[in-house]
Ligand binder design. Sequence first.
Ligand code: PLP
Length: 359
Amino acid sequence: MKPVPGILDISPYIGGRAEAQGATRVFKLSSNESPLGPSPHAIEAFKAASASLHLYPESSALALRRALGDAYGLNPERIVCGNGSDELLHLLPQIYASPGDEIIYSAHGFLVYRIAALAASATPISIPEPGLVTDIDAILARASERTKIVFLANPNNPTGSYNTAAGLRRLRAGLPEHCLLVIDAAYADYVDRNDYESGIELVATTPNTIMTRTFSKIFGLASLRVGWAYGPASVIDAINRVRGPFNVSTPAQAAAVAAIEDRAHVAHAKAHNSQWLSWLTGRIAATGLKVHPSVGNFLMIEFSPSSNKTAALADKFLMQHGVILRGIAAYGLPNCLRISVGTEEGNRAAVAALEEFMA
Ligand SMILES: *Cc1c(COP(=O)(O)O)cnc(C)c1O
């Protein structure tokens, strides 16, 4: 069987590695997961849901949409939940792009955008970002009648950079109105900048803008696969027609509701991240490596291409010491590694190994 055009151009997404051979203690700092795990209430809710595993889930995730509406001040009718935000990111090109239509994303943007575009037989267009920040002007210069979707992660993974609220407003204002702007705000909960906006305001005030969020990061529920989107009624309606009717399981819905209601746990996770992100930045920079500023729960470390201490060798060395980072050559950044903020123990182990490698 020959797949439709685009499918065989996809390089499958490879998740962060989970195993290090030969090390006694392993610290997985490769997937931007929460080092604190989920709220204990979420775990309780997950266990309680085991009593009804024989029943199909509530198909519209109503309780979860209401909890999200309460937490963020949104109309639940304009929220749709997904099997991870990944599912929603994949559905949008299927719904809005035909073969030959263009889908734009930034050169070092999240790899899923290219995969989702190709899976819909659309044409992926990668826009260079020499400053390692999504280049709004370059996107506007390239967008045309054929552009159906612009994907933008804000903050972006793996660069850790972000675009300001003013920049996003300018992007939206300059794009053709028929073009859907997708703001992937997976790391929004970590950002502490007064010129940043997650996307809620832009969705509320402009047509054809949608924001996606996830329970995989600050809420610590990556294994349960829960994401959501807030967008125009017409887009939410279209997604609801195409998505699987039971795309979010009952245990996932229950745990997500409990997670969103435990504000103290989220605040604790955010404080932990702020403290250790800045500690890692300082300690890694002190080894002589370049650390790119990040507003997320991870950092991008750059190795000098002219030194014999390369990113690939560092990756191998750290692995032998039980510290798993993420190589990001697939993102066009072969001299860089990405490190997720971990537990205190994990962060200290990573820095100790990097110090030894650079010594
Ligand atoms: C982790 C991440 C997501 C979350 O994906 P899920 O499918 O919700 O787990 C989305 N976008 C970006 C940029 C990410 O890094």
